[in-house]
Design a protein around this ligand. Sequence first.
Ligand code: SF4
Ligand code: SF4
Length: 439
Amino acid sequence: MKFSRYNLVVPDKNRIVLFNTLQGHCIEIDKDTANKIKDNQIDKLEDDVKQIFIQYGIIINDNVDESRIFSYFHSHEKYSSNSINSTVLLTWACNLKCVYCFEGEKTDVQSMSKEQANRYIEFIIKLATIKKAENVMINLFGGEPLVNIEIGFYILEKIMTYCNENAICFSSSIITNGTLLNEAILDKLLSFNCKSIQITLDGIKEIHDSRRIDKQGKGSFDKIIDVLKMLNMKVGDLKTFNTVIRINIDKINIGATYELLNYIGKNGLDLTNCTVDFGIVRGLTESCAAYSSNCFVEGEIGSVLYELWKVAENQGFYYNIRPMRRWMYCGLYSDNQYTVTPNCEVYKCWEHAGEKEHLIGRLNENGQLVDIQYAYYDWMTHNPVENEECKKCVYLPSCGGGCGMVSYAKTGTYHASGCFKIKGVIEKQLIKCLSEQKN
Ligand code: SF4
Ligand code: SF4
């Protein structure tokens, strides 16, 4: 017998937690047992402890290569999902000019036309038919998607009608800067089973307004707070969708983030139907490399998030940060998930949209994916167990093998480890979960 390679030992104040990332089991152990695991001394374990460890997959047979188990589920999830999930960039244009945004520098402000929207609609319908989809989810994004929302509504209407006629569950979501959102648009989005509306805030008014500005240099904070209040009232009545407040954090605005959470909590927003998502600013693309010294490094993220989760919860935000088993880091490794730009170019990761080396193909007038590029095969054949760092990594079944965008930015390939928000974060999630169970 041998110890599983996926035993994560996490010391926390007066106790030690053992979490097997492959099996998902979590138990409390004493220091003596933790040392025996560290020193690989199976023979010195008490018999009853050994039996429990065998039952929970903490000790396994010598012939078992757990990376093969991971690899099986990774491939299964990649190729056999019956859920279609696609992000459509309705436009490259944006009504804001945020200081760090690559889109603000783009000279291409093309928006999707009706003819291009028809190609996209056909693409999704064909995919849903071939894959015998049970769920279709369309995410509207940009640029700022509300700049071209009529085309967005056209797409949602057509695809939802197809889904309704074919007993497929349809839903949608939108990622928006929020400044153009009004009640009429909100009602229309909700009529397309919109489940999530994500809006970004960068900090308290002073910080936010210095970063997220309109073309005239005017800040957008007050407008967004009004929109959040409107969403709040609506979600209170309906409870069918979730508002996600995305807060991008780095070393510059972290202090203001605490202030922002306090501000939101005290400003009459009922936060129980609201999630706060802390985005870690990553200085990875060429245009933001100069900013990277202001970004948190992987080893710091766990402690930073842990403090933010506590403050957010104290303000009334709903939080679920249980560590999960994750066979893929990101859904875009699945062959049912695509990002499509306004001119019908197809990419996997939306962070790569518009970058020719990551183009995987384009949609022709019949909505077929044609001119398939090598990047498609390169991306889809990413398997973390082929990379020694991921294969041996204790986090692999809770990580899924990392973000392809991070991997590419660091090494020029999709096949290296793309560690992001995992190492040190899983430990903090466990500690937080277990302390809640005790209370
Ligand atoms: S990406 Fe990083 S954290 Fe994830 S499995 Fe690979 S080495 Fe581990
Ligand atoms: S940046 Fe990483 S996690 Fe996000 S969509 Fe791209 S590959 Fe997925």
